[in-house]
Ligand binder design. Structure first.
Ligand SMILES: Nc1ncnc2c1ncn2[C@@H]1O[C@H](COP(=O)(O)OP(=O)(O)O)[C@@H](O)[C@H]1O
Ligand SMILES: O=C(O)[C@@H](COP(=O)(O)O)OP(=O)(O)O
Length: 306
């Protein structure tokens, strides 16, 4: 039997070589599942031929990478970038924000899956928990949607200011306290997590948290209004969806104002803006950006591969 040796928190462990485990990591690099299994079988045959009965994960990765390079350079590159992020010693906190409907939950799920991150939370859920703690009288905007929060402002803003944005800022400011608590807990426990939603806004989360090397923020956008609107229709077509389409469409004008505000805040705080048109391209941009900014050594790998 071929044994694979890995290391967790400085402790070595060994486990049997599994074609399934290897194939899964290859599918995360976008290899077709059938191809991935065949490729993993080839690696097993190669190790047997070489009479290898114990191999470290690093040695295995090198063999996989070299063989992969000959078959498909692009997948080899993705496999390596993904590995580099996973090897990072610190927990990875990925924050994905954007106006309602731009795709933060769909993309967060894909990113978490690709990186093997098991924790994910939406800011809508954080907001829901906060609603149980704070009364509507005390914080009326918490009980609104991001795009209707302006209706709960106790004192109307001066006419020269955009009331939608004033309401939105108030709403986000409150939920950010909950978001920060989740980030702090994840850092303390050493767990990686993806946090997504309309309340991840550049400039609203404490600087000492977002400036950490292992905390990365992204803003998703859909520049074309019609495509953005279409996303609400596609979301509401899903049978399990319980959210009323009419509400989003009637407030679409306010959602677009918030969308614009996201772009401006991202520019101001140097947060990468990713146009979420095609899922694969969006995920690739996030993964690439993570290796450049969050993970030390990512650049080296990119150069190595390139
Ligand atoms: N890149 C994309 N291409 C096509 N449809 C997408 C894309 N990203 C998201 N969607 C779809 O758009 C709808 C809204 O996405 P969702 O993730 O629920 O947005 P959010 O969480 O930002 O409100 C869903 O039906 C989702 O499947
Ligand atoms: O406040 C908001 O903008 C949306 C955010 O949800 P997403 O559309 O981003 O999932 O929540 P709602 O109150 O409509 O349930």
């Amino acid at each position: 039997m071929i044994m694979v040796q890995g290391e967790v928190s400085g402790k070595k462990y060994t486990e049997p070589f599994s074609k399934g485990v290897l194939a899964r990591s290859l599918t995360r690099a976008e290899m077709d599942p059938n191809k991935a299994y065949t490729f993993a079988s080839k690696i097993e045959a190669y190790l047997k031929k070489k009479n290898i009965d114990l191999i470290t994960i690093d040695e295995l990765v090198e063999i996989v990478f070299n063989k992969l390079k000959k078959e498909d350079k692009e997948i080899a590159e993705k496999y390596m970038l993904w590995r580099r992020i996973r090897e990072h010693k610190e927990p990875l906190i990925i924050l994905i924000g954007g106006a309602s409907g731009v795709g933060t939950s769909s993309i967060a799920f894909e990113v978490a899956n690709r990186l093997g991150i098991r924790n994910m939370i939406s800011t809508d859920m954080i907001r829901e928990v906060m609603r149980k703690i704070v009364s509507r009288d005390l914080l009326p905007s918490l009980y609104e949607s991001s795009y209707t929060a302006y209706q709960s402002l106790r004192i109307p803003p001066p006419p020269e200011l955009d009331e939608v944005l004033i309401g939105f800022r108030d709403h986000v400011d409150t939920v950010s306290v909950g978001v920060e608590a989740v980030i702090e807990r994840a850092l303390k426990e050493g767990i990686s997590i993806v946090i997504e939603g309309v309340h991840i806004v550049p400039g609203f989360i404490r600087e000492d948290l977002v400036n950490k090397e292992n905390v990365a923020m992204f803003v998703l956008t859909v520049p074309d209004e019609n495509i953005h609107k279409g996303r609400f229709y596609s979301r509401c077509r899903q049978t399990w969806a319980r959210r009323p389409l009419k509400r989003y469409i009637s407030y679409f004008w306010a959602i677009r104002r918030i969308h614009k505000y996201f772009e401006a805040q991202a520019r101001k705080y140097n947060v990468p803006v990713i146009e979420n048109i095609d899922v694969v391209t969006t995920i690739d941009s996030i993964i690439k950006s993570l290796t450049k900014t969050t993970v030390k050594g990512g650049k080296e790998v990119a150069e190595e591969i390139g």
